[in-house]
Design a protein around this ligand. Structure first.
Ligand SMILES: C[S@@+](CC[C@H](N)C(=O)[O-])C[C@H]1O[C@@H](n2cnc3c(N)ncnc32)[C@H](O)[C@@H]1O
Length: 252
């Protein structure tokens, strides 16, 4: 069982306060003229980590995910959000369904084929109104070997340790993300997860953005950075970034 079928394990692994991300999203949404009452779409919403914080600011939320377990957790966490099951590559929402969108952490890389990524971005452009922002987070591949990441969280006295490692996949555009989640406490358990993600170098992602119909790039940041400290381009060294796309007034 992977961690997207075990929403509790995923939630424990990412049990950090989301306040910084909420502030970042709110700042970018406000710059685009959005505010309370705006419908915000979250593709690949997961367990809905960010839903309560955005609801508290007055946004109206809709989101989707491929995993029923993750959706069930998100629905419990935020009953007011409109959540549905869908695959990003096959998304088809009505034109103008949302005033803004975001897809953070590294979810975008679960779309393994470039053609699927284009179809997804096209569908989000169709769903957004002209001028609407779409924030996409992803880890860009760097030139060197990827180092394993480890971190821990504690919830209600129960400690969870996470180890994440990336390994070469079946082609140079794909890599395995292998995760080990160890939950301690009175009923200790271990969850292992192995999923394929697309590998985007800064150059490949830049070409992809150039080809995105209906969006132009409005800003690029290091993940976790202050909204006032945008970068002047995609970092050649790779690493985690957030890219703000703005829906053009014309979309084919
Ligand atoms: C990193 S997690 C959720 C991230 C969430 N946006 C957050 O900030 O906490 C990635 C999610 O993507 C979902 N997912 C993976 N591939 C998908 C696809 N092709 N279509 C829809 N959801 C997908 C997984 O089920 C998982 O819930």
């Amino acid at each position: 069982m992977g961690w997207y079928e075990d929403a509790d394990a995923y939630d424990r692994a990412f049990d950090f306060p989301p306040d910084r991300e909420i502030r970042f999203l709110d700042a970018i949404f406000r710059r685009a003229g959005l505010g309370p009452g705006t419908h915000i779409l979250e593709p690949m919403v997961g367990t809905g980590r960010l839903l309560p914080g955005l609801t508290a600011l007055g946004y109206r939320l809709l989101g989707f995910d491929a995993s029923p377990a993750m959706l069930a957790r998100a629905r419990t966490r935020c009953p007011d959000a409109l959540l549905f099951r869908a695959r990003a590559e096959r998304l088809a929402l009505a034109a103008g369904s949302a005033g803004g969108a975001h897809c953070l952490i590294d979810s975008f890389r679960y779309i393994r084929e470039a053609v699927g990524a284009s179809a997804f971005v096209d569908a989000v452009a169709h769903a957004l109104r002209p001028g609407a922002p779409f924030l996409v987070g992803l880890d860009l591949a760097g030139p060197g070997e990827e180092q394993p990441e480890s971190w821990s969280t504690t919830r209600g006295g129960t400690r969870t340790e996470v180890r994440l490692e990336r390994r070469p996949g079946p082609s140079q555009d794909l890599e395995w993300m292998e995760v080990l989640v160890r939950i301690e406490g009175p009923a200790p358990r271990t969850v292992r997860s192995r999923t394929l993600q697309r590998r985007w170098t800064p150059e490949a992602f830049c070409r992809f953005l150039d080809g995105c119909r209906g969006f132009s790039v409005a800003g690029i940041w290091r993940r976790g950075e202050d909204p006032d400290r945008a970068l002047d381009g995609l970092p050649r060294s790779g690493g985690p970034v957030v890219v703000a796309l703005l829906r053009e007034s014309t979309h084919p």
